[in-house]
Design a protein around this ligand. Sequence first.
Ligand SMILES: Nc1ncnc2c1ncn2[C@@H]1O[C@H](COP(=O)(O)OP(=O)(O)OP(=O)(O)O)[C@@H](O)[C@H]1O
Ligand SMILES: [Mg+2]
Length: 466
Amino acid sequence: MIPYTIYLVDDEASIRQGIALGFKDLYRVVSFGSAEDAIGAIRSQRPDLVLLDIGLPGISGIDALRKIKGFEPDMIVIMITAYEDIHTVISAMKLGAYDYVIKPIHMDSLRVCVRNALETIKLRKEIQALQENYIRENLPCFVGESDAIQDVIQFVNKVAKSPDTPILILGESGTGKELIASAIHYKSPNFKGPFVTLNCAALPEELIESELFGYEKGAFSGASPTGKRGLIEESPNGTLFLDEVGDLGLAAQARLLRFIEKGEYYRVGGTKKLLTRTRIVSATNKNLEDMIEKGFFRLDLYYRLGVIKVEIPSLNDRRDDIIPIAKYFLMEFGKKQGKSFNGFSSRVQEFLMNHRWKGNIRELRNLIERAVLVGGGPDITMQDLGLEKTSKGTDRFFPRTKNRAGFPSLSENGVDLSAMEEHYITEALQKAGGNDAKAAKYLNMSYYSFRYRRKKLSNLQSLKSF
Ligand SMILES: Nc1ncnc2c1ncn2[C@@H]1O[C@H](COP(=O)(O)OP(=O)(O)OP(=O)(O)O)[C@@H](O)[C@H]1O
Ligand SMILES: [Mg+2]
């Protein structure tokens, strides 16, 4: 077992020696003659506990305690005092000291005091490990095996680590933006704090500001007589998720910008400045750059919200994920409805792989939920998906052989799909004068799909000129 490390700070050499000797076989004791030296050492190598004399030359024990608690708020510090100066002891306890012992030191009582403190540390660590485990095990499952989604997951794991950097999540509807936002929260140091969501599209503009910043009593007619805390106030040391942030009005955008820049804000109708530290994660399926051009979204806010941008590719651009996600939903809904299926019929697999998923994963989820509800097993069939008539057995929506006019049939030599993609993307960019949003429209695809495909092809010479 790794022994606990105790930093002992006292200017009297005899006391340092006495205590070090008393703890010789129990703990690793490192002694310091001044608070300055001890603080430097704590910063570079955190001990488990600090024994701190109050009457020190240079920085006093009380000032040292204040400093230590400033950068290590959880540090357990036991004060050593030469006489029972009640005022000093009270200030030490108020500053967060764990306990105190009085000189001359009785080794037996010091041992008990230190043993209790270390027991507290052990319990704290156990509780933290349990909490972390619980959260990890109950984290919503984000399924995805494609390279594209693995890159997103790795990136999210990296950027979640900072507690306050704003993150903007972009992607088509139903790609999992909300799921990624909650993953960011639970993988961040803020995971013990609240995860608070505001759907900016769900409320009328007049209400958004009071929802976000709160209001004072009498701020407007119909306001609650006691006033109301805003969602920012409800999310200290946590994450505030602004969903559909593209729907935020310009007035609310200005106030939000001020909050992000300064960390301060006022309730609606209030004059008291409030401060809250929370991480802002926002998401939208709108093309914010387009909205900025049209004057509907502030460029400065866009930069602030998107210090880190996470783009989730459309399900159509990561087809390797379709079957694993479908199987996951099959299991999830099967469990809920007490049914068990082997898998999907080959027709269903073919359909799932070739369908154009406009609603992305949400569409896939709804489809599987329905299939599980009506299906009798052992496999999910086209009928279960509601895509094939039971009696006649013909395709209702998706004829199997479909050759749209103008497309050459597959010959023995095959077709070079990526060359076609490059050709059309280049042509669309040329026609659109290099504007991604316009080029996407020429190709009948969403802005994000276009950006993703363009990025994939970005090394090609023909695209470098844009
Ligand atoms: N990779 C995934 N693995 C498992 N479930 C997923 C995954 N991605 C999304 N889902 C599920 O799909 C549904 C839609 O996801 P979510 O609500 O996060 O999408 P969104 O991008 O926020 O959509 P919108 O733009 O419409 O708000 C949710 O039920 C979510 O749990
Ligand atoms: Mg959403």
